[in-house]
Design a protein around this ligand. Structure first.
Ligand code: SF4
Length: 80
């Protein structure tokens, strides 16, 4: 019999995200205070590097960047 959930399977980094379960609009504010809240949560996120790598990978195929991802604002990511 095959197990439905393989507990030895690697967990997706998304499941460990500090933003999981929080209002997504917190990551899409454009004011400094709003971005500060998102950046503070990202700073203690255990998967920040994976998140940033994913964002940079996706954004390399288009010129459109928005929101805080991987602990960086869109402007900060554009400068990387
Ligand atoms: S680094 Fe990425 S996954 Fe972690 S809290 Fe920030 S946006 Fe969410």
């Amino acid at each position: 019999m095959t197990a439905i959930h393989d507990e030895s399977a690697p967990v997706s980094w998304l499941e460990l995200a500090a933003c999981r379960g929080k209002p997504i609009e917190w990551w899409y504010r454009t004011d400094e205070l709003g971005q500060g809240v998102a950046l503070a949560i990202c700073r203690r996120c255990p998967v920040r590097r994976s998140c940033l790598a994913d964002a940079l990978d996706q954004e390399s195929e288009c010129a459109y960047r928005y929101g805080v991802r991987g602990g960086r604002t869109a402007t900060q990511r554009a400068a990387l």
